[in-house]
Design a binder for this molecule. Structure first.
Ligand SMILES: [Fe+2]
Length: 399
């Protein structure tokens, strides 16, 4: 029992547009030009910024935006006609300073079969564009793409191309999405940039500091755009906030945590996490992953000693240890690093000042292959890979 048998590690998988710090011997690569993706047809009420996210075991939330009021209706089915079933959902919008969002539509569809391609159309018009997505598998193997601090630069563009070529089942994003930083049009641009991937596979995200967007006096509510645009399945995991939630996919329990809201032992998030960890059944989900934004371990000089790292670690790390969480992913630093807490005392196992993305191929209940794909001037290069054994498969590590 206790921490000695644990083998939690933490890694950073970051691409982003900002580069505040230069670090001797471990220097983050320079940012590239920020992209702005304009609307293809500014006079159209066509769906844009389409993305999907898993809800429960066999449903999918379809999210999209239109400039004007249109129906929150999805027609879908397993054939390209996309007309087997229809579902309706909700439409919302938000204001931020002088900005007024488009109509944000959210429709949950299902039940759906695992590892199956579905075709879908949005808005109820039979002449609207047909899209398709593939549901994740219900059993191993499952392949995750993992990328943090995505942003919208030329680095982002080529990294998205690399991810798109990886045949992944689901994308996990530990915070910092658009880097809109109060310029709300950049949220729309970001939605258009990621749509070609995010409408085909579920993108499961949590938020970082760039999502807070709180301005004293002028806009006191945090996470307004994030919560409106990237609604995640929090109610299904008994969470009271879109900022933290969990879900099961194949044999993996994934926990999304919030670095920029309360995490002390009296907080709702802490109590929710306790309950969520207690309910994990390692027979059903032999693997448990957690995602946070601000890293709990970090040997880069950038982002050292921030309260969201230090205090959240002090508050929550024991909970994750006690529950034998296998892997923790973090973002924020814009560089890659992989840690083991135990058994090796030199905790930084690999670090590289690069942009890129990770692929986690969970092949069965006991083994998963992690690989880091550095974005080497637009070429994907595998520079770190390692096999992991689940803690639930280790007889000396009771879970
Ligand atoms: Fe960040």
């Amino acid at each position: 029992m206790g921490g000695l048998r644990m083998r939690v590690f933490l890694l950073f998988l970051i691409i982003g547009i900002f580069d505040f710090h230069v670090v001797c011997g471990y220097t983050r690569p320079p940012p590239r030009r920020t992209l702005f993706i304009p609307l293809a047809d500014p006079d159209s009420d066509s769906p844009q910024q389409v993305h999907i996210s898993q809800v429960g075991r066999d449903r999918m939330r379809i999210s999209w935006i239109t400039d004007g009021p249109t129906s929150a209706r999805v027609d879908y089915g397993p054939s390209p006609a996309a007309n087997a079933v229809s579902a309706t959902g909700k439409t919302s919008s938000y204001r931020y300073l002088t900005y007024e969002s488009g109509e944000i539509h959210d429709v949950v569809i299902g039940p759906l079969n695992p590892k199956t391609v579905y075709y879908y159309r949005l808005g109820g018009s039979p002449s609207s564009q047909t899209y398709s997505f593939q549901t994740p598998p219900s059993q191993f193997p499952i392949k995750f793409a993992v990328v943090g601090d995505l942003g919208q630069t030329e680095w982002t563009k080529s990294t998205l191309e690399h991810i798109g070529n990886s045949t992944y089942d689901m994308l996990l994003l530990p915070g910092d999405l658009s880097y809109a930083d109060v310029i709300q049009d950049l949220w729309d641009s970001y939605g258009r940039l990621v749509e070609p991937l995010a409408r085909q596979r579920p993108w499961m995200v949590t938020q970082g500091n760039h999502e807070v967007e709180k301005i004293p006096v002028l806009h006191s509510e945090p996470f307004t755009a994030y919560n409106a645009r990237w609604r995640m399945p929090y109610e299904e995991s008994a969470s009271d906030s879109n900022l933290y939630y969990s879900f099961d996919v194949a044999g993996v329990h994934v926990i999304m945590l919030a670095s920029y809201t309360d995490f002390d032992p009296d907080s709702s998030q802490y109590k929710w996490l306790q309950g969520d960890l207690k309910n994990i059944n390692r027979v059903n989900t032999p693997w448990v992953f957690a995602l946070i934004h601000a890293p709990w371990y970090n040997s880069n000089t950038a982002h050292q000693g921030e309260p969201e790292s230090v205090s959240m670690k002090a508050s929550m790390e024991d909970l994750l240890y006690q529950s034998r969480v296998d892997l923790v992913f973090a973002g924020h630093v814009h560089a890659y690093e992989r840690f083991y807490i135990n058994p090796k005392p030199e905790i930084s196992m690999f670090r590289e000042a690069s942009f890129g993305h990770g692929i986690l191929d969970v092949v069965n209940a006991s083994h998963a292959l992690w690989s880091w794909h550095r974005n080497d001037n637009d070429e994907p290069v595998v520079s770190d890979s390692v096999w992991f054994t689940s803690l639930s498969s280790n007889p000396s590590c009771k879970v």
